[in-house]
Design a protein around this ligand. Structure first.
Ligand SMILES: *Cc1c(COP(=O)(O)O)cnc(C)c1O
Length: 418
C-alpha cells in the first residue's frame, strides 16, 4: 500500500514561516477518528476502556484530546502520573503499569485513586507500605515460553523481565484477597508491534482461561482483563494494516467461548495501546541540508537519532517521502543520516528514493508513538518542537523546541554554565 503523508508540501512551506525543521507533527483528525473506532470495535463490552500508554507520546495536549473520547491513561513513572494528575484523570481512569517501581510512585498513584498493576508478587508488601491495600488490584502475567500469534509473528515472554509466573499469580491473588482486595484485574503483554488481527484474540484466549482458573482456585472477583499494548502498525508499505473492527470481533468471540459459559460475562476489557493509537498519526519533518559522495551516497538531514531513535536502536524501518517528488522514479540509493558522531544515526540505509536536492523536505512517517518520547540529548543535540495539525487545518505548537538553556538547566545549582 502506498504510504501518503498527512501533510502537503504547501502546508510544510507555510509552517516553515513560523517553525523551522526539524519537528514532529501530529494529525488530530487521524488520531481522533482512530480512537473513536477503537471504542466502536469494543463497544460490545460494557466496561471497555482504552488506557493510552503515555510513554508512547507523553504530550498533555494530545492526551487531553484522547480524554475527550473517553480514553484513560496507562502510566509507568512519577512524571507520567503527574501528566495524568494535571489533566484531571482520577480513579479508574488511571492504570499504573510499572515495573521495578521506585519509591514514592505507588503512593502517588494511590493518592489519585489509580489502579495499581503489580508486576511481581514481591511488590505486594512494597505496595502495602506506601499505598495500603486498594480495593482493586491488577496483576501482570507472564506465561513464559514462546508466544506465537500467527504466520511467524511471535515473541519470547520467557525472556521478558515482566510479570508473574502461573503459580505466582495464583499465590498473589490468594495473598491479596486475604489482605482485603475486593476486585481483581489481569494484565499481560506478550508480543510487540504485531501486524496481525490474530494477536489480541490469541492473547485474550490465554488470559481468559487463566481468569476462569483464578476464579475457581481463589474465588476472586475478576473485574477486568487488560490486553495491554502490542497492536502494531504497518511501518513498511507492503504491510497490511490491522483492522481494529476485526480484532474487536475476534476478542468478542473468545469472550463468548470462554468467559460467558463460566458466568463471567461482567468482566470489562481494557487495552493499553500506544503505537496503534498514535504511531501513524505523527511524522518527523526534516530537511536535506548536506550531501556526501564517498563509498556510498549520503544525504544529511537536520534531524538526527536524538529526535527519532527507533532506526538507530532497533534498525526499525521508517518510510520516507521526499515531498513534491512523490511521482518521480526512485532511481537513487541513499543513506539518510543525521549529525550524531555515532554511525548508527541513519534514518534509512540503502533506500531507493527520488533524486534529493538540498532544501527538500523529507517526511519520516509513523513517528507518532515511541518517537519524540524516546528522544535524548547525546552530542548535545536538542529535542525538537511538536506541532499539532488540528482538525480545522490550523497548526498549533504543543511543545517548543529545546534551547541550550534547557540543555544546561541541570547546572542551575551553580554558576559555571550561566
Ligand atoms: C509500552 C507499553 C504499552 C504500549 O505498547 P504499544 O506497543 O505502544 O501498544 C502498554 N502497556 C505497557 C505496560 C507498556 O509497557
Amino acid at each position: 500500500m502506498e504510504k501518503k503523508p498527512f501533510v502537503t508540501l504547501e502546508q510544510l512551506k507555510e509552517i516553515e514561516k513560523t517553525y523551522p525543521t526539524p519537528y514532529h507533527i501530529y494529525d488530530e483528525k487521524g488520531f481522533m477518528e482512530n480512537a473513536r473506532k477503537v471504542n466502536e470495535a469494543f463497544s460490545w463490552n460494557k466496561g471497555f476502556r482504552e488506557y493510552f500508554a503515555v510513554k508512547a507520546e507523553p504530550n498533555p495536549f494530545i492526551i487531553k484530546k484522547l480524554k475527550e473520547v473517553g480514553c484513560g491513561v496507562d502510566c509507568s513513572s512519577y512524571t507520567e502520573l503527574m501528566i495524568a494528575d494535571k489533566l484531571g484523570f482520577r480513579d479508574d481512569e488511571i492504570m499504573f503499569s510499572s515495573n521495578e517501581t521506585p519509591e514514592g510512585e505507588f503512593g502517588y498513584c494511590a493518592k489519585l485513586g489509580g489502579i495499581i498493576n503489580l508486576d511481581d508478587i514481591t511488590m505486594i508488601d512494597f505496595m502495602e507500605k506506601e499505598a495500603g491495600i486498594p480495593e482493586t488490584v491488577s496483576c501482570r502475567y507472564n506465561p513464559g515460553g514462546v508466544f506465537e500469534a500467527c504466520n511467524g509473528i511471535m515473541d519470547n515472554p520467557g525472556d521478558a523481565k515482566y510479570g508473574m509466573t502461573h503459580e505466582q499469580i495464583i499465590e498473589a491473588y490468594k495473598i491479596l484477597k486475604e489482605k482485603g482486595v475486593k476486585n481483581f484485574g489481569i494484565h499481560a503483554f506478550l508480543a510487540s508491534n504485531t501486524v496481525t488481527n490474530e494477536y489480541y484474540p490469541r492473547l485474550a484466549k490465554t488470559i481468559f482461561e487463566l481468569a476462569v482458573e483464578l476464579k475457581e482456585k481463589t474465588g476472586a472477583h475478576i473485574k477486568f482483563i487488560n490486553l495491554s499494548g502490542g497492536v502494531g502498525i504497518p511501518y513498511r508499505p507492503d504491510q497490511e494494516p490491522n483492522d481494529i473492527m476485526v480484532i474487536g470481533e475476534g476478542v468478542r468471540k473468545v469472550y463468548e467461548e470462554v468467559l460467558t459459559p463460566a458466568g463471567m460475562d461482567d468482566v470489562a476489557i481494557y487495552t493499553e495501546m500506544g503505537r496503534f493509537m498514535m504511531g501513524p498519526y505523527g511524522a518527523l519533518v526534516t530537511k536535506a541540508v548536506h550531501e556526501k559522495h564517498i563509498y556510498k551516497e549520503y544525504i544529511g538531514v537536520d534531524a538526527c537519532a536524538a529526535n527519532l531513535m527507533r532506526p538507530a536502536m532497533y534498525g526499525a524501518y521508517h518510510h520516507i517521502t521526499v515531498m513534491g517528488k512523490e511521482n518521480e522514479p526512485c532511481d537513487h540509493t541513499y543513506d539518510i543520516v543525521g549529525s550524531l558522531c555515532e554511525n548508527n544515526d541513519k534514518f534509512a540505509v540503502d533506500r531507493k528514493l527520488p533524486k534529493i536536492d538540498m532544501g527538500d523536505f523529507l517526511v519520516i512517517h509513523d513517528s507518532g508513538a515511541h518517537g519524540f518520547s524516546m528522544g535524548y540529548n547525546y552530542n548535545g543535540r536538542l529535542r525538537s518542537a511538536e506541532l499539532l495539525l488540528q482538525e480545522d487545518g490550523s497548526v498549533k505548537l504543543i511543545r517548543r523546541a529545546e534551547t541550550p538553556k534547557d540543555y544546561f538547566a541541570t547546572f542551575d545549582f551553580c554558576d559555571i554554565m550561566k
